[in-house]
Design a protein around this ligand. Structure first.
Ligand code: SF4
Length: 489
């Protein structure tokens, strides 16, 4: 999971990129980068949070009215500094690029690029494959001034070869800003305009919240299989290049995206409220004696409030989060996850003592965090602890960019809810159904007919996800975790 931003503005864009990246910091906390352009490229990348990487010195140095920003959680490639985005190639013209997603056939593309086109990929980052494919496609057209048809042909060439999810923004020096979303539109991408000069400024971002914060309006999605080109004169060109069923990632609405964002025109907050309402109906049928509903902060709050309201129960924010500890789900190593639960959450004991508690969380992945929370709540004197996840059981690795790629790690892989309850020490575990998750999104938009739900049902929308590819990705993940553990020792 990563966040991208690209701006074609009227003044220096560094401050906007910085603010925009802060707004999508939740999409990746491992590294961040900004490249700006004013006749040449200016780069700053680093490991860590946006606020720690960029300083006043960078604001002075990274000049230019065009730029890209990226915040990254490692998928393929681990968390090494040289894998931080955006990336750059010198020819043709000079291109910079950033993406969110994961190219499933990365290894095959790396070999193809070297053997057929003699392009060496110098990192383990799958974006480098997309960037070089795109550059190769442009180079083969051999033109001095790119027109939209050249860009769209190059994007079609990328679509033909790259399998997976990729929401991409790039800039081609003195030619224009380009953005495209893979044929299934798995990960989000939006664009908007700001009338702040003789010609408008344009921006592209992973989430609408970045555009809100930078004061861009007229926000639209880059559609699945669509490409957008804003040329040097700020003329906007769009083309539908691929025609696959749009299948956005369901987990964006469950957990990844900010509640104030719109993903494919569906507000994340409203979707989480719907999820709470639908789950409340299922909980009601179980006739549990519940005294209090407590969310696991922060993402579960919206759904938990709705569950309490619908069931006419007390709602208490009795688990207090230390905001300055990273999200456990996106910390790279399990060892870190185990250690950080207690540091991250502290219970208000009086709200649990002698109560039957319904804890609400967005999901249960490996079960370590849930187990630690249930234990904490029991230590506070709770009589019964019920655990509700407002998403369905996670059983399959995500190959499209989310760090939960090791099959054996999912607690629900071979266990039913009662067995999971036993494993995490709860009296009962209640899950959302997949049908209700889809329904919660569709309640807000009739346009969405298909979704990526592969981590729930194992059906990979792009096809081509062979057992060998799954094994490759798992090996990559394990190696990169081990590298990070070595670095952390
Ligand atoms: S597999 Fe799950 S997390 Fe990955 S893109 Fe699909 S729905 Fe999202």
């Amino acid at each position: 999971m990563c966040g991208v931003i690209g701006i074609f503005g009227n003044d220096d864009v560094f401050q906007d990129l910085y603010q925009g990246l802060l707004a999508i910091q939740h999409r990746g906390q491992d590294s961040a980068g900004i490249i700006t352009y004013n006749g040449r490229f200016h780069t700053k990348k680093g490991n860590g949070l946006v606020r720690d990487i960029f300083t006043a010195e960078h604001a002075n140095r990274l000049r230019g009215n065009i730029g890209l920003g990226h915040t990254r959680y490692p998928t393929i490639g681990g968390g090494r500094g040289e894998d931080a985005q955006p990336f750059q190639v010198n020819a043709p013209f000079g291109i910079i690029m950033a993406h969110n997603g994961n190219v499933v056939n990365y290894t095959e593309l790396k070999t193809l690029l070297f053997e057929k086109y003699h392009r060496l990929l110098n990192s383990d980052n799958d974006l480098e494959a997309i960037l070089n494919l795109f550059a190769q496609e442009l180079e083969e057209q051999n033109v001095r001034q790119l027109r939209p048809e050249h860009i769209f042909k190059a994007v079609a060439g990328v679509f033909k070869r790259a399998v997976g999810s990729y929401s991409v923004v790039g800039y081609i020096a003195e030619q224009g800003l380009v953005a495209f979303r893979d044929p299934y539109g798995i990960k989000p991408l939006v664009w908007g305009a700001r009338r702040d000069g003789i010609v408008p400024s344009y921006a592209v971002a992973s989430e609408s919240v970045s555009l809100n914060i930078m004061n861009f309006g007229d926000i639209k999605d880059v559609g699945a299989g669509q490409a957008l080109f804003i040329d040097r004169n700020r003329n906007v060109f769009k083309k539908q290049i691929a025609h696959c069923p749009h299948s956005p990632c369901l987990f964006e609405w469950v957990y990844f995206a900010r509640p104030d964002s719109f993903i494919d025109e569906v507000n994340v907050y409203r979707c989480r409220v719907n999820l709470g309402r639908l789950l409340a109906d299922d909980i009601k049928k179980l006739h549990l004696a519940i005294d209090v509903v407590v969310p696991v902060p922060d993402s579960a709050r919206d759904a938990a409030i709705e569950i309490a309201r619908k069931l006419n129960l007390k709602y208490r924010e009795a688990l207090v989060k230390n905001r300055y500890i990273g999200r456990t789900f996106i910390m790279p190593a399990d060892r870190e996850r185990k250690n950080s639960v207690r540091m991250k959450l502290n219970p208000i004991a009086s709200e649990f003592k002698d109560k039957n508690v319904l804890l609400v969380d967005d999901s249960i992945v490996r079960g370590n965090t849930s187990r630690a929370i249930v234990r904490m709540v029991r230590e506070c004197g709770a009589r019964h602890v019920y655990f509700a996840a407002y998403s369905p059981p996670l059983r399959h690795p995500c190959v499209y960019g989310i760090d939960m790629q090791t099959r054996t790690e999912f607690i629900a892989r071979h266990s039913d809810p009662d067995q999971i309850a036993k494993k995490i020490g709860a009296d009962k575990v209640i899950y959302q159904t997949l049908d209700n998750l889809k329904k919660a999104v569709r309640m807000e938009s009739k346009k969405l007919k298909h979704f990526c739900a592969a981590c729930f049902n194992g059906e990979y929308v792009t096809g081509n996800v062979t057992p060998e590819i799954l094994e490759d990705i798992e090996r990559e993940r394990k190696e990169s975790w081990e590298k990070q553990l070595d670095l952390n020792v």
